[in-house]
Design a protein around this ligand. Structure first.
Ligand SMILES: [Ca+2]
Ligand SMILES: [Ca+2]
Length: 380
């Protein structure tokens, strides 16, 4: 049976390599940083099922202990994944992680989706993080999310979204991720998690699916960023601009639905930015991260800068993240640490404005998923 699967997989994989353009490899190259240990040598699925003894690597990762289910389809089969309705499922050699991903194809109805039974893995009252990477195959835009279908004896079946919907494309892998507290009253007969969203006929890939038990959000919000802006509410939020430029939220995102666009720049210092004097503390070191893509220019350099205001005294300027090459072909991530030093001034600043500028005075660009976090976690 496994041999048969492998043959089928080979046929499908050959077809997919032919059909798949090579540029997608380049565009998704940024995902190679994601790696995790594989325990897929055992036959029959490469998943951990309900075994608690998945961590034989001795690497001491805290997170491994909390993983209740994961698969990256690296044995080349769909493992224990099953179809909800009419869905063709096979592994293909177009992966976010490793070699194989699961492909859902030939979907007859919108609700047709691949999924996995997690009745044994999920415990009522516990909170879980669900994550997977997805990519469309042959369609350039559709939203994908994860839903948990819970069947309870003598009650109506419930459907709960466990992640937000993310905008998927056929050029980049994107992560679908969410946290959900599993609730059910009565005897659960089945908990079925499926990855859904696109309209019937749209094919998509799934890889690196992980379900991890986490602390409930009410216990401590260690997961959330100190500051973040994703513009997915369709507004620029608390962002403003330096100079006479236009900033707006547009549906051209790295993550989620919207990014911030900065257009009409006529000088290097013309820039979108955000006032953070209420957030950042002088003397502390922070990790800054954001994604940027040029709109018109093929290439330009961009960086993150900081302006300290001191009431009547002169403003002081510093560099948060150094000049980095950006392009209009791919999103680039700028990330690094910066110590909020007020440029050595003893006076407390009245304003701390972090902004993203370009050495090309006329470059227009998109910014998305801007986050700030303490460089080293605080200990309680
Ligand atoms: Ca994989
Ligand atoms: Ca966004």
């Amino acid at each position: 049976m496994f041999k048969l699967n492998h043959i089928l997989v080979l046929i499908l994989a050959t077809g997919s390599i032919t059909a798949c353009s090579w540029e997608t490899d380049e565009e998704s190259a940024w995902t190679v940083e994601v790696e995790h240990p594989q325990n897929s040598e055992d036959e029959g699925g490469g998943t951990n099922d309900d075994s608690d003894t998945n961590d034989d690597s001795g690497e001491g990762s805290d997170q491994n202990a909390a993983i209740v289910y994961q698969t990256s389809f690296e044995d080349g089969t769909v493992g224990d994944w099953i179809a909800q309705g009419s869905v063709g499922m096979a592994t293909v050699q177009d992966a976010q992680d490793g070699v194989y991903a699961l492909e859902a194809s030939g979907r007859a109805e919108n609700w047709n989706a691949p999924g996995v039974v997690l009745t044994e893995q999920l415990e009522v009252g516990k909170t879980y993080q669900f994550s997977a990477w997805v990519k469309l195959s042959g369609s350039d835009a559709a939203n994908i999310k994860m839903t948990l279908k819970t069947s309870v004896e003598g009650q109506e079946t419930t459907y709960n979204g466990v992640t937000e919907a993310v905008a998927a494309s056929d050029s980049d892998w994107v992560e679908v991720k969410g946290t959900y507290t599993y609730t059910a009253e009565g005897t659960v007969t089945e908990a079925f998690l499926y990855v859904e969203g696109p309209e019937a006929g749209v094919d998509y890939l799934i890889d690196n699916f992980v379900v991890e038990q986490v602390q409930a959000a009410s216990e401590e919000e260690t997961q959330s960023d100190l500051y973040s802006a994703n513009f997915d509410d369709g507004t620029v939020g608390d962002w403003s601009q330096q100079g006479g430029i236009t900033i707006e939220a547009v549906e051209n995102a790295k993550v989620g639905s919207h990014a911030l666009s900065a257009t009409g720049r006529t000088a290097g210092w013309n820039a979108p930015g955000v006032e953070l004097v209420e957030t950042l503390v002088v003397g502390n070191t922070y990790e800054f991260s954001f994604w940027l893509k040029l709109l018109d220019k093929e290439a330009a350099q961009v960086k993150a800068s900081i302006k300290y205001s001191f009431g009547t005294a002169n403003d002081q300027y510093g560099e948060v993240l150094p000049l980095t090459d950006a392009s209009n072909a791919d999103w680039v991530q700028l990330t690094g640490q910066y110590t909020v030093d007020a440029m050595g001034e003893s006076e407390a600043p009245t304003g701390i404005f972090v902004y993203i500028e370009s050495s090309d005075a006329e470059a227009s660009y998109l910014i998305d998923d801007f986050t700030i976090n303490p460089a080293s976690p605080e200990t309680d």
